[in-house]
Ligand binder design. Structure first.
Ligand code: BGC
Length: 233
């Protein structure tokens, strides 16, 4: 790639409740407003791909980055707890590339969010609070892909996602959810001994607890801004 070549990236964030897109320039600056639609239900591959194609109408872009809410290996989605079982073993990279006629790279949504937010120094952990509980780990900016803390036991026989996902937030309310989050932060600090922890995702705005100095809230937009990094690394 020539240094001043102008390449546009359509960055896509597939979530349990919404699908978001934005076009980024070579430096990762937004070139369009963020567009969003509700995630179709049931969220099967075909309907989600159609929703992305619909959002892309009228956008000019040369390549596509996708953050997917499950484990992703070489463009193939391996888990999709909050979408549909049809995603297991689905080659999203190839299918979307065929639909949009552009090269596509797919990673886990929390991994993509982290790439848009971290400082690339030391051990950095990213947690996303949305429909699910996402997690991503970086060492000096190098990603350990597909860290799935969300489905590990946290407390009272429940996982991080069962205790802190959107369903739990709606069930127990903001106050109790914050108390749980405080416990989760302490537990993750002991486990990973990170230098920084970033809290992102649609529900990070509900965080009211006083955060330790090495814990930062990041804008939900990082999920899309991270899309540019998939073509750098
Ligand atoms: C999935 C993760 C994902 C997270 C946030 C979890 O249920 O297993 O892969 O990152 O939700 O979407």
């Amino acid at each position: 790639m020539e240094t001043n070549e102008y390449i546009r990236t359509l960055s896509v964030d597939i979530g349990g409740s919404g699908i978001k897109v934005i076009v980024l320039d070579t430096a990762g600056n937004p070139q369009t407003e963020r567009a969003r639609v509700e995630t179709p239900q049931p969220a099967k591959p075909e309907t989600v791909i159609s929703a992305i194609a619909q959002l892309a109408v009228g956008c000019e872009f040369d390549r596509v980055s996708v953050g997917f809410p499950g484990v992703v290996r070489s463009g193939v989605t391996q888990t999709a707890v909050n979408l549909d079982s049809e995603w297991i073993g689905f080659d999203l990279g190839t299918a979307l590339s065929q639909r949009l006629g552009k090269p596509v790279r797919v990673v886990n949504d929390a991994d993509m969010q982290g790439l848009g937010a971290i400082s690339r120094q030391g051990v950095e952990l990213v947690v996303t609070l949305g429909t699910g509980f996402g997690s991503a780990l970086f060492v000096d900016g190098k990603l350990v892909p597909n860290l799935e803390m969300g489905h590990h036991e946290f407390r009272k026989g429940e996982t991080y996602e069962q205790q802190l996902g959107r369903a739990a937030l709606e069930d127990v309310g903001v106050k109790k959810w914050n108390t749980r989050l405080e416990k989760a932060i302490a537990s993750l600090q002991h486990l990973f001994n990170y230098d920084y922890l970033y809290l992102g995702g649609g529900e990070a705005k509900k965080v009211t607890l006083e955060l330790p100095s090495n814990v930062k809230i990041i804008p939900n937009m990082s999920g899309l801004l991270g899309g540019i990094a998939l073509w750098r690394e």
